[in-house]
Design a binder for this molecule. Structure first.
Ligand code: GCO
Ligand code: MN
Ligand code: MN
Length: 389
């Protein structure tokens, strides 16, 4: 820990598509030949990662024959054994092929929706075969540019039908698999349905088997909309729905950058890591990012190393924050309770509590005069993060 070198216990995972990114962007072609999935397993194991996650087509090409599929999967399973890495999460590529150009589960065309279900059932079988316990749904193409083209309520019903169908499939197969829905406001669609973690949580409550379904929030996705990602994760934790998390870097209000974890906004990432660690989150710390377009392969591995190192540094900073006497004394002062009032505010409503609260002698001006030394607190956090404490 002192050298911030990860071990498998840290549960760091990378998508095959992350180190496998060839640097293509909307304005330019590939800039590097990425490592194969198997080369990636060996390198990540050397770097101290815990596992890899994948879309069906990151491993098995879209048009592979059943024999090719079986050979590729067998070789990959052997490499997992050789490296000791695991596959905790799997997902479906429902965005790359032109068939999904106007959506998968929310396409207006029932044949496309059926094709998406067929592909996803096969991809779930693959994920389970590789040992995945979490299955992610990122609806990259589930949206519109032309509002007139889809009825938004019907689109939600179609999405609900698909998730209900697939939880039924998983239960029927007796798979031990949970679903994690990943919200994103836009990109590649102009507007994607269910754009935030809160929208997903609301939607989950309308499903047939809500207990099987949680969320996979991503730092970049909430940050694109300039929302507070740590608060979104807190809400998911509070609801018992944080089944997975995608960590990366992003400037607010920009295109989807997928930067190295922690590359932007150290403070938000510090509070994010602190939240995950303080609240005992036990899932994978998954990096859904890729190296810069300027990187060669050596630099790709610097990127992977950097994601994990940054997490461990922020985790150590969280430990220091929790052990810092001055910060803790301030927090104690700010959070001082009240032996009479606290019990009245906690737990369920009762007529007796209502009467007691109505009868409290509370002087608003006196309450307003209470000092809140937040400038001091925030500067202490800054000093701690910048290493001068
Ligand atoms: C994105 C998304 C994806 C998903 C991935 C797993 O912005 O492209 O974050 O990377 O996380 O498809 O479902
Ligand atoms: Mn993303
Ligand atoms: Mn993601």
């Amino acid at each position: 820990m002192a050298d911030f070198v990860p071990t498998k216990n840290d549960k760091f995972t990378f998508g095959l598509w992350t180190f496998g990114n060839a640097g293509r962007d909307p304005f330019g072609s590939e800039v590097r030949v990425p490592p194969t999935p198997i080369e990636g397993l060996h390198k990540l194991s050397e770097l101290g990662a815990y596992g890899v996650n994948l879309h069906d087509n990151d491993l098995v090409p879209f048009d592979a024959t059943p024999a090719e599929r079986d050979r590729i999967v067998a070789e990959f399973k052997q490499a997992l054994k050789d490296t000791g890495l695991v596959v905790p999460m799997a997902t479906t590529n429902l965005f790359a092929h032109p068939v999904f150009k106007d959506g998968a589960f929310t396409s207006n065309d029932p044949k496309v929706r059926a094709f998406a279900l067929q592909k996803t059932m096969r991809a779930i079988d693959l994920g389970v075969e590789l040992g995945a316990g979490v299955y992610v749904f990122w609806g990259g193409r589930e949206g519109v540019e032309v509002e007139a083209s889809k009825d938004p309520v019907t689109a939600l019903q179609h999405f609900r039908d698909a998730i209900n169908f697939l939880t039924g499939y998983v239960a029927d197969q007796k798979y031990k698999l949970k679903f994690a829905l990943e919200p994103k406001p836009n990109e590649p669609r102009g507007d994607i349905y269910l754009p935030t973690t809160g929208s997903m949580l609301g939607f989950i409550a309308t499903l047939d088997k809500p207990e099987m379904v949680g969320v996979n929030p991503e730092y970049a996705h909430d940050t694109i909309s300039a929302l507070n990602f740590t608060h979104a994760v807190a809400q998911a934790l509070d609801a018992g729905k944080l089944f997975h998390i995608d960590l990366n870097g992003q400037k607010p209000g920009r295109f989807d950058q997928d930067l190295r974890f922690g590359q932007e906004d150290y403070k938000t990432n510090f509070f994010l890591v602190k939240l995950l660690e303080d609240r005992g989150y036990t899932g994978s710390r998954h990096f859904d990012a890729h190296a810069l377009r300027t990187s060669d392969i050596d630099d790709v591995w610097q990127f992977a190393r950097g994601c994990m190192r940054t997490y461990l540094i922020l985790k150590e900073k969280a430990r220091q924050f929790n052990a810092d006497p001055e910060i803790q004394a301030l927090l104690k002062e700010i959070n001082a309770g009240d032996a009479v009032i606290d019990p009245l505010l906690a737990g369920k409503y009762s007529p007796a509590k209502a009467a007691s609260i109505k009868g409290l002698k509370l002087d608003a001006n006196q309450l307003a005069a209470k000092p809140l030394p937040y400038e001091r607190l925030d500067q202490l956090v800054f000093d701690l993060l910048l290493g001068v404490r």
